[in-house]
Design a protein around this ligand. Structure first.
Ligand SMILES: *Cc1c(COP(=O)(O)O)cnc(C)c1O
Length: 479
C-alpha cells in the first residue's frame, strides 16, 4: 500500500483565527485606542472578506498564503478599516468655489462670538425655556426676540429651523384651507425642493396664481380677492431676476389691499439683510426693516444668509400674528435647539456695533474683502503652489467673478482673484483636470474649487487661513 499523497495545503486554514489575530502585538495598540467592539467587528469583516476571496478567486491560494505570511499586513488593513469607520463624514473644507454663502458647504461661517456662545451651552444644562427672573417656564424665543425687534423695528419675532419652515408656518397659520394669491413672477424654486406651489399645498393653502411671469398689477390682485382669501404674500425672487418689460406690485400697495380686506400681508424675504449692504460696497438688498416699514405684517428670512448666523428661519412682525404662529403645533415641530439659539443670539448682538460688523462677522468680512487684498494673497501663494504640482501644470493668477450665493443678489458678481491651475493641453487634459480637482478634495482639509474652461480655479476670497492651507500642500498627490 502506497502512502497517500500529502493533502494540498488548505488555503482556508492559512487564515488566522480571530483570537490569534487579536492577540497580535500590532493589534494591542488599536484595541487600547478604540476599544474592543469596533476592532472585533472590523477584524471579523476583514477575515470574512479574505475567506470569500478564497472561495471565489482563482488567486485564492496566493491570497491565503499572503494573509498567513503577513499577520502584520492584516493588522494594518484592520487599522485602516477602523480609521475609515471612525473618520467623520462631516468635515471642514476650504471653500474656494467663489460662492460665499454656499448652501452645499454650510452657508454662513460663524463669528467667534457665536461659536463661543454655542460651546458655552452645548455641554450642560441651559435656561433654554426657563425664565430665571420669574423662576418659571419661559419661551425659547425670548433669547432672541428683543434683539430681533430692536434691529428690525418689529413688535415681535419668532425663530424656527430655517426659512422654508418659516414660510410653511406662516402660511399654515394664516391661510390653512384658504386661498393665497401670489404673482406668477414669484413662484420660485429655491433649490433642494423648496418650490412655492408645493410649500403652499403642504401648508394647506390653495395657491391662486395672478398676473403673468413678467407683469403683475394691483388689479390682478384685487380681482383675485374672494371671501376665501387668507393672506396676501410676496416672495422675494431671490435667485433670479425678471428683467425688461416688467411690472410688480409694491409692498405698500399689496399691504393696503390686504388691510382693506382685513387680511395680513406677509413677505418671504429670503436673504434678510439687517443693514444697508451699500455700506460694505455691495449692491443694495432690501432689508427686513424696510419691508416692515412698507406695511408687511410678517417678514420671514434665513439666519444663515446675509445675516451671517446659524441655520434658522426668523419671522418678525405684528405681535398678534407672531402669537398665533407660536400657538400652531407646527411651531413645536420646527423649533431650534439651544445651540442654534446661542449662536443666533450672539450673532444678533454683533449688530449692536455696525461699524465692527465688517471685522467681526465673517460673512460680511468676506463679502466686502478688497480685491487688492485677495490679489496679494494670490501673489504669495502662487509660487508655493507651483512647486507642489507636477511638471507641466501651469499656475496663473486670474481675475474672476464670484457670487454671494444662496440666491442673494443673483445677478451681481463679486470681483475676485483665483489661482488657476491648468494641466497640459491636448489629449487627456479633461481627465487630468478631474484628477487634479480630486487630489485637492483628497487633502486632510479638502480644497474645493471650480472647474471652468481648461483650468481648476481656486477663488481666494474665502481663504483666510493661508498658513493652514499651505501646511497641507505637501500632501497633495496629483495622479
Ligand atoms: C433662501 C430662501 C428660502 C429658503 O430658506 P432656507 O433658510 O434655505 O430654508 C425661501 N425663500 C426665499 C425667498 C429664499 O431666498
Amino acid at each position: 500500500m502506497s502512502t497517500p499523497d500529502p493533502k494540498p495545503q488548505d488555503p482556508q486554514s492559512s487564515i488566522p483565527s480571530l483570537d490569534r489575530l487579536l492577540r497580535q502585538p500590532e493589534m494591542a495598540q488599536l484595541l487600547a485606542r478604540t476599544g474592543r467592539q469596533l476592532v472585533v467587528e472590523e477584524a471579523r469583516a476583514e477575515l470574512d472578506r479574505l475567506r470569500a476571496g478564497l472561495a471565489h478567486g482563482a488567486h485564492g491560494q496566493n491570497q491565503g498564503r499572503k494573509a498567513n505570511s503577513s499577520l502584520e499586513g492584516l493588522a494594518q488593513r484592520i487599522e485602516a478599516r477602523v480609521a475609515g469607520v471612525l473618520q467623520m463624514s462631516l468635515r471642514p473644507v476650504f471653500n474656494l468655489t467663489g460662492t460665499i454663502l454656499h448652501t452645499n458647504l454650510g452657508r454662513a461661517p460663524l463669528a467667534d462670538e457665536a461659536i463661543a456662545a454655542m460651546t458655552k451651552v452645548a455641554g450642560g444644562a441651559a435656561n433654554l425655556e426657563f425664565d430665571l427672573a420669574k423662576g418659571k417656564r419661559g419661551d425659547r424665543d425670548d433669547h432672541v426676540e428683543d434683539w430681533l425687534c430692536r434691529l428690525t423695528g418689529a413688535e415681535a419675532a419668532t425663530v424656527v429651523n430655517n426659512n422654508a419652515a418659516a414660510v410653511l408656518l406662516m402660511l399654515n397659520t394664516l391661510a390653512n384651507r384658504r386661498e393665497v394669491p401670489v404673482s406668477r413672477g414669484e413662484l420660485i424654486e429655491i433649490g433642494g425642493a423648496f418650490r412655492m406651489p408645493e410649500i403652499m399645498r403642504r401648508a394647506g393653502c390653495r395657491l391662486v396664481e395672478v398676473g403673468t411671469t413678467n407683469r403683475t398689477y394691483q388689479k390682478d390682485f384685487s380681482e383675485a380677492m374672494t371671501p376665501r382669501t387668507g393672506t396676501l404674500m410676496k416672495v422675494h425672487t431671490s435667485n433670479y431676476v425678471v428683467q425688461g418689460f416688467t411690472a410688480e406690485v409694491s409692498d405698500r400697495n399689496l399691504a393696503d389691499l390686504a388691510h382693506q380686506h382685513g387680511l395680513p400681508y406677509i413677505v418671504d424675504l429670503g436673504a434678510g439683510a439687517l443693514i444697508e449692504m451699500r455700506q460694505l460696497g455691495l449692491p443694495h438688498e432690501t432689508t427686513v426693516q424696510e419691508t416692515l416699514a412698507r406695511g408687511a405684517d410678517l417678514v420671514s428670512f434665513s439666519g444663515d444668509k446675509l445675516l451671517g448666523g446659524p441655520q434658522a428661519g426668523l419671522i418678525a412682525g405684528r405681535a398678534d400674528l407672531i402669537a398665533k404662529l407660536k400657538k400652531n403645533p407646527l411651531k413645536r415641530a420646527l423649533r431650534v435647539d439651544k445651540v442654534t439659539m446661542a449662536a443666533l443670539a450672539a450673532t444678533l448682538r454683533l449688530y449692536a456695533d455696525p461699524d465692527a460688523l465688517r471685522e467681526k462677522l465673517p460673512t460680511l468680512r468676506l463679502l466686502s474683502r478688497p480685491v487688492a487684498e485677495i490679489a496679494a494673497a494670490a501673489e504669495r501663494l502662487a509660487p508655493v503652489l507651483r512647486k507642489r504640482l507636477p511638471d507641466g501644470m501651469a499656475v496663473t493668477i486670474t481675475p474672476c467673478k464670484g457670487q454671494i450665493g444662496s440666491g442673494s443678489l443673483p445677478v451681481e458678481s463679486l470681483d475676485s482673484v483665483a489661482l488657476s491651475i491648468s494641466p497640459p493641453t491636448g489629449r487627456g487634459a479633461g481627465g487630468a483636470l478631474k484628477r487634479l480637482a480630486a487630489a485637492f478634495r483628497a487633502l486632510p482639509v479638502p480644497v474645493l474649487g471650480r472647474i471652468g474652461g481648461d483650468a481648476l480655479h481656486l477663488d481666494l476670497r474665502c481663504l483666510e487661513d493661508e498658513a493652514a492651507w499651505l501646511a497641507q500642500l505637501p500632501k497633495l498627490q496629483v495622479k
